[in-house]
Design a protein around this ligand. Structure first.
Ligand code: SF4
Ligand code: SF4
Length: 129
């Protein structure tokens, strides 16, 4: 018994680790189609709030648009709080105009990407209607 433990310990000394040194080593891949960071394309969003109403995690807040857009009469858009989001994509499915841009990006432990606000605001084309 003791010998087998000792041999196992010796084997582990030379074995490649089962874990990776994340985030130092970024060798991670995710399965195609994995649900990652998402945000509303404001050139499509009509401000209906359906995504916010349907979100099971209460992770979406409707905010005022910084400029009027003709196709968005309520002048509001959804901001996803990635700290609350459970990435079920219910918001993506329920949107009547398919406004959500989806991705497989899952690394969001950073204050600068805490919400979808900047990503959505960047979709407004200059002189947007
Ligand atoms: S993916 Fe799910 S939890 Fe996240 S914002 Fe959309 S509806 Fe809410
Ligand atoms: S459901 Fe779609 S159109 Fe409605 S507020 Fe959300 S992103 Fe905009």
């Amino acid at each position: 018994m003791k010998l087998s433990v000792l041999s196992e310990a010796l084997r582990n000394l030379v074995r490649r680790p089962s874990t990776i040194r994340y985030p130092v080593a970024r060798e991670l891949t995710v399965a195609p189609g994995s649900r990652g960071r998402h945000y509303a394309d404001l050139m499509k969003c009509i401000g209906c709030s359906l995504c916010a109403i349907d979100c099971p995690a209460n992770a979406i807040a409707m905010e005022k648009l910084p400029q009027p857009l003709k196709h968005n009469p309520r002048s509001q858009y959804p901001v996803v709080d990635y700290g609350k989001c459970v990435f079920c994509y219910q918001c993506v499915f329920v949107c009547p105009v398919k406004a959500y841009v989806t991705s497989e990006v899952f690394e969001m432990a950073d204050y600068s990407i805490y919400t979808s606000r900047d990503l959505s605001l960047a979709t407004i084309k200059s002189g947007g209607e």
